[in-house]
Design a protein around this ligand. Structure first.
Ligand code: GDP
Ligand code: IMO
Ligand code: MG
Length: 438
């Protein structure tokens, strides 16, 4: 019965991959429902006595659990070259990827959209979004403009050619006349896409039907969000967002699962805040404190390697995430990174031109002008990476979690104390099967 949605609460890179992997031991299907290879989810696993690190981009993190069927939903945009490279990379490391299912309705990222993404950013100059350059925006734009190419189009060459031709009528004009760059050749694009068709064929599925039947059989389905609440195209800090719905509701449209079947929503909240790319960030730190978080938390992008912008915990964002996603459980990650501070600032509200805002301002300009109002909590110096129960944490670390929990308005069910699979404190069972047995 349980269907769980897992999303990022901030601007991404909260540790969704690790949390998904953790839950993966108790779930039967892990479904990616939005985004594409703009995501970078890192999972660190103890294997054969060494720490093995996996960076997943297009595949759901559940692929690392042998009992779990990974699924790519219709809401995802797929670069087929990247998909097969990632599958080959995992297979070379002994990961069984044979159960992967891919929605027939998912859209494909054709090579011309990756070009368009990069040249558009270059032309925007100072006004750029700071995208990952993976063709994500142009591919979602094509989907909405009804000139997108879908997985199922690979299996009707006539239709595929017609669609590529239709898309390129406009795209090639843009590439040549606006961006002064070479257009794409219909034959080449069609040939490239078709070259993947046979290998993809056995994975293509009616994802909505598969998941619906799985839930009927009382199996557990976990929806793993890419990006995060404030990168959501509708509810994030637009236009500095990605082009998909990264909030919990996106799990429904991005997989064909109705809202009435969702049982719980787990949001991942980093113990501080990071952001990659442009856009407002009220608690951003420019000086030594920002560098402390970046260095201690190893805050460099999994996908692009860019240094992440860093700042303190912002509970205005946490409260917003609770409201927008309907969060039932939070996982606070990277609490270990805050070890060694005299005091730990937590943003509780914003001051916008002299007016206090307890909720996320609806006006984007206000977010740009928001000055954080901080509460300064006591720090701790003890190494917490070996703690496995809440009571083992130093008193000030416990007080930090409890105060944040109060401010964000939903329970903190787990706390990350290190990147490893086992470096986690579970206060309340997140694993639905364990929860049912308890
Ligand atoms: P995602 O995109 O949300 O999956 O997050 P990323 O994988 O991009 O970034 C999170 C980083 O933090 C990864 O390098 C993880 O290995 C690491 N990580 C996750 N949880 C913890 C934690 O509790 N403590 C520490 N120190 N690192 C963590
Ligand atoms: P995960 O799943 C952090 C950001 C980009 C840019 C904006 C738009 O690992 O948390 P896009 O290429 O999507 O058009 O870029 O969104 N962005 C992310 N930032 N983590 C991510 O994914 C991101 N995916 C996109 O940096 O600001
Ligand atoms: Mg990431």
């Amino acid at each position: 019965m349980p269907a769980i949605v897992l999303v990022g609460a901030q601007w991404g890179d909260e540790g969704k991959g690790k949390a998904t992997d953790l839950l993966g031991s108790g779930v039967d299907y892990v479904v990616k429902f939005n985004g594409g290879n703009n995501a970078g989810h890192t999972v660190v696993i103890e294997q054969h006595g060494t720490r093995e690190k996996y960076a997943l981009h297009l595949l759901p993190s559940g692929i690392l659990r042998p009992t779990c069927t990974p699924v790519i939903g219709n809401g995802v945009v797929i670069d087929l070259g990247v998909l097969f490279d990632e599958l080959d990379g995992l297979a070379a490391r002994g990961v069984d990827t044979s159960r992967l299912l891919v929605s027939a309705n998912a859209h494909l990222i054709p090579p011309y959209n990756t070009t368009l993404d990069k040249v558009t950013e270059r032309f925007l100059g100072k006004r750029k979004i700071g995208t990952t350059g993976r063709g994500i925006g142009p591919t979602y734009a094509d989907k909405m403009s009804r000139v997108g190419i879908r997985v199922q189009d690979l299996y009707d060459e006539t239709i595929l050619r017609q669609k590529v031709e239709a898309a390129l009528v406009v795209k090639n004009q843009m590439l040549a006349k606006i961006y002064n760059t070479r257009g794409a050749d219909v034959d080449e694009v069609v040939a490239e896409l078709l070259s993947y068709a046979a290998r993809l064929a056995p994975m293509v599925a009616d994802v909505s039907l598969v998941l619906s039947e799985a839930l009927d059989r009382e199996e557990t389905v976990l929806f793993e969000g890419g990006q995060a609440t404030l990168l959501d195209v509708d509810h994030g800090t637009y236009p500095f967002v990605t082009s998909s719905n990264a909030i919990s509701a996106g799990a429904c449209t991005g997989s064909g699962m109705p809202p009435t079947r969702i049982d719980s929503v787990v949001a991942i909240l980093k113990a501080y805040t990071t952001r990659v790319g442009e856009g407002p960030f009220p608690t951003e730190l420019q000086g030594d404190s920002g560098e402390f978080l970046r260095k201690t938390g190893a805050e460099y992008g999994t996908t692009t390697g860019r240094p992440r912008r860093c700042g303190w915990m912002d509970t205005v964002i946490g409260r917003y995430a609770t409201r927008i996603n309907g969060v039932t459980d939070f996982v606070i990650t990277k609490l270990d990174v805050l070890t060694g501070l005299d005091t730990v600032p937590v943003c509780v509200a914003y001051d916008v031109r002299g007016v206090r805002h307890d909720h996320m301002p609806v006006n984007q300009t206000d977010i740009h002008h928001a000055i954080p109002i901080y509460e300064h909590l006591g720090g701790w110096w003890e190494d917490i990476t070996a703690c496995r129960t809440f009571d083992e944490l130093p008193a000030n670390a416990r007080a930090y979690v409890l105060r944040v929990e109060e401010l964000i308005g939903a329970r903190v069910s787990a706390i990350g104390v290190g990147p490893g699979r086992d470096e986690i404190i579970e206060r309340y069972p997140l694993d639905p099967k364990a929860a049912n047995d308890a």
